[in-house]
Design a protein around this ligand. Structure first.
Ligand SMILES: [Zn+2]
Length: 175
């Protein structure tokens, strides 16, 4: 049995280490600490190519688990108190090597993320984005290939939140 003091499978109090009587949300029977499980926010980019008639969005072929070898939108976890819009710009820099300008927020989608043997709830915040200038330089640790896909006819993406967000983005652009 894996000992966990956080996440949906937490079985020990993160403050005093006492076993918990059940799954969170729950109060520790020894010290009274209230343990909640909250989704972790991420920032995701629907980068458009600027074509007003047949807009395409940027897909990256994931090079790392989870979902290695599947197409995905760029993005990543927000750090601490980092606003999702700031995280989106940072992820553009890190994963694509370019500066992006964000457009409207497409929406927020609740998903799950499997990592390090855990399944954690995530809240994926999607933004429209455009590349300011320059050539995309992929971070090989993150992505092995890139492609532009029609927003109105997307492939299946790695995470269901991405599929939902791309459908919503197409609707919002009247496609
Ligand atoms: Zn406790």
């Amino acid at each position: 049995m894996t000992l966990r003091a956080y996440g949906p499978d937490a079985s020990f109090c993160p403050r005093c280490g006492a076993p918990l009587a059940g799954a969170p949300p729950i109060a520790c029977g020894r010290c009274g600490y209230n343990l909640f499980v909250n989704p972790r926010p991420t920032a995701c980019l629907i980068v458009l190519d600027g074509d007003p008639v047949t807009p395409r969005f940027l897909g990256l072929l994931r090079a790392a688990e989870p979902c290695s070898g599947q197409w995905a939108t760029p993005g990543g976890f927000c750090n601490g108190w980092e606003h999702p819009s700031a995280a989106a710009v940072r992820e553009g820099r890190e994963e694509l090597g370019v500066e992006v300008t964000l457009g409207d927020c497409v929406g927020m989608y609740l998903g799950s993320y499997e990592y390090q043997g855990e399944t954690l709830p995530v809240l994926d915040v999607f933004y429209f984005a455009a590349i300011d200038a320059g050539e995309i330089r992929l971070d090989p640790a993150e992505a092995s290939e890139m492609a532009w896909f029609e927003l109105a006819d997307p492939p299946k993406l790695a995470f269901e939140t991405m599929n939902e967000a791309v459908r919503a983005a197409a609707r919002q652009l009247g496609l």
